[in-house]
Structure formats: structure tokens, C-alpha cells
Ligand binder design. Structure first.
Ligand SMILES: Cc1ncc(COP(=O)(O)O)c(C=O)c1O
Length: 319
């Protein structure tokens, strides 16, 4: 069994014992808000921003988790601290928050202690995610437009980070059929580029950084960080409507998300972007990201990739 500890409904329990009921609204409806934060040098990056977004998501979803933001932050730090010693000092972490409405009322007799929201905070060593991802920093990614569209804000606002993600799953399945390693970017019902299943999109045209306006997307913490870094570097930034045309005519394109920060796209819809390598604006931003995080997370990911087979073999022995 892993040594990791999870915060689960008011208690710290071994990871294997943190189980959500089959009667939970999360399982019944995908009715769950969540967040994903990472650490750099074992310190959470922009935790407060992630928790602000979590509480905003809960507000839209009409879930009262029963904790204040300060309490959630304190418990998060305690969860992380309880897990740090299970890995070497050079391990960074993913911190996952999941909050649902709890079990459905019709099943209340199965819950003699009453119905409460389900809250979990778990920490997972980033070696698996980033070790598996490392090669993308070198090769870049291939972005395609799938048939599946984004869910627009007038249906369910994607600004709330929620677990109803079948449309992202469909988009990923469709992209996989277009070729191995293809990353789908969903269009909104007006035909504008929205976002990928777990990332925001940027492109560069004539030295200007462009990103979809925030109407029909999750407003990523990494997206905001990228915009802020670009402004600090004097790179002009604009949030605007972008379509397939703008994608095809871009000089550079890249994706942003919490785990990997940013990765460049080599192709869009099968056509090479620029010279296919990371462009000058991307490279500037990547360096600024590393400086802000206080770590060369690209080198770290390559190091994790080398260590991953051993790590997994050892993890399998203790499980
Ligand atoms: C749909 C979607 N868009 C964008 C993002 C990127 O957000 P962040 O930069 O906060 O990780 C995510 C992250 O999971 C996501 O699920």
C-alpha cells in the first residue's frame, strides 16, 4: 500500500481508503468541482488562485463545502506536508481537490451520519505525469480540430472547473482516430477556438500574442500567468475570437496547463507551424516561466522520465 495520505471528509486517511460512494452525486451526475495545483520545489504554485477558482466553481454549482477558503488552504498545506516525506526532496507534487454535493438524498438511509458534501484533497508525485510528458517538450504537440464542440457558457459555464467532462473525452477519442498523439482543440458553437480538454491555447502572429477571449473557456491559472509574463516582457497580448484560419496562419502556437506550464505545437490541422520548432516568443515565455517557478521544470521532467520505470517498479512492490 502507498504511504500517501489523503484528506477525506474531515479526516486524513491512507490513499487506498479514500473511496467515494456509488451513490455520490459526482458519480451520478458528474456533479463535482475540482482543482489541480502543482508544486515547484515542493511549494504550491498559485494555490490561492486555484482555491479562488474552486470556490467560484462551487458557487456556480450551488455546493456549500462547509469550509472557508482559509480553512481549505490550511488543510491543503497540511495534506501536502504529510506526504512530502514519502518521496525524495527533488520530487514535485500534483495537488488535487475534488468536491461534490455528496450522496443523493434518495439514498440517505445508507448514510446514518447524514448527507454531507464529499471533499477530498490528494497529493501525487509528479514523476508519473511529467516523466510521461517530457518528450513533448522536445517534439512539440500536434493539434487538430475534432467534430466534438465545446460546451458554451450559455449551457454550462466552462469557467466552473467541473467533472462533467464527457465532451472532452469524446474530443480526445476523435483526435486519437486522426493519428497517434493528436491533441484536440474544441471549437465553440460559433466556430471559434475554445480550448483543449485540459489546456488553453495561445498563438503568435506578427509578434503579438493572441488567445481566445474568455467567454467559452476555463480561464486557466497558467493562461493568466502566461498573459502576465508576456506583459512583463513587453510582448503585446490580445484576447480575441480566433478560428481555424487564424490557427493556420499563426507563426507560433502553444498550449498552457498547470502540470507542464507550456508546450509548443508543431502542427495545426496537419500543417507545420513556423519551422515546426519552438518559436522565439514561446522560448522567451518558457524561460520566464522557469525563472518564476524557480526551477528548470523541463530538465526536471526529463530527469523524471529516466527515473520513472524504477519508480513504477518500486511503487508496484509496495502496493
Ligand atoms: C478545460 C480546461 N481548460 C484549461 C485548463 C488549464 O487550466 P490551468 O492552467 O488552471 O491548469 C484545464 C486544466 O485542467 C482544463 O481542464
Amino acid at each position: 500500500m502507498s504511504q500517501r495520505t489523503v484528506y477525506f471528509n474531515g479526516q486524513f486517511v491512507p490513499e487506498a481508503e479514500a473511496r467515494v460512494s456509488i451513490f455520490d452525486s459526482a458519480l451520478m451526475f458528474g456533479d463535482m468541482a475540482f482543482e489541480m495545483t502543482r508544486t515547484y520545489n515542493r511549494r504550491p504554485f498559485k494555490l490561492r488562485e486555484h482555491l479562488d477558482r474552486l470556490f467560484d466553481s462551487l458557487r456556480l454549482m450551488e455546493i456549500d463545502c462547509g469550509l472557508t477558503l482559509d480553512e481549505m488552504e490550511r488543510i491543503t498545506m497540511e495534506t501536502l506536508e504529510r506526504n512530502l516525506s514519502t518521496e525524495p526532496d527533488d520530487m514535485d507534487w500534483q495537488i488535487m481537490h475534488d468536491v461534490s454535493r455528496g450522496p443523493l438524498g434518495v439514498y440517505q438511509t445508507a448514510f446514518p451520519n447524514g448527507l454531507k458534501p464529499t471533499i477530498s484533497i490528494n497529493c501525487w508525485p509528479l514523476i508519473t505525469h511529467m516523466g510521461g510528458f517530457a518528450a513533448n517538450y522536445t517534439s512539440g504537440v500536434h493539434i487538430v480540430i475534432p467534430a466534438q464542440q465545446a460546451v458554451p457558457a450559455h449551457l454550462i459555464d466552462p469557467k466552473a472547473k467541473n467533472r462533467s467532462r464527457l465532451h472532452y473525452q469524446m474530443a480526445s477519442l476523435q483526435a486519437a482516430r486522426m493519428g497517434a498523439g493528436r491533441w484536440p482543440v474544441l471549437l465553440d458553437p460559433d466556430g471559434f477556438i475554445a480550448e483543449g480538454p485540459g489546456w488553453n491555447l495561445f498563438l503568435v502572429k506578427n509578434g503579438e500574442l493572441l488567445t481566445p477571449e474568455p467567454r467559452n473557456i476555463l480561464q486557466g491559472v497558467s493562461r493568466a500567468t502566461t498573459i502576465e509574463l508576456a506583459r512583463n516582457l513587453g510582448i503585446p497580448v490580445r484576447e480575441t475570437n480566433l478560428g481555424r484560419y487564424e490557427g493556420l496562419c499563426a507563426d507560433e502556437m502553444f498550449c498552457t496547463a498547470t502540470t507542464y506550464a507550456l508546450v509548443h505545437a508543431t502542427t495545426f490541422e496537419g500543417q507545420t507551424i513556423g519551422d515546426g520548432g519552438p518559436g522565439p516568443v514561446f522560448r522567451q515565455l518558457l524561460e520566464a516561466w522557469k525563472e518564476q517557478g524557480g526551477i528548470d521544470f523541463v530538465a526536471q521532467a526529463h530527469d523524471y522520465a529516466e527515473r520513472l520505470p524504477n519508480w513504477e517498479a518500486q511503487a508496484a512492490q509496495v502496493t
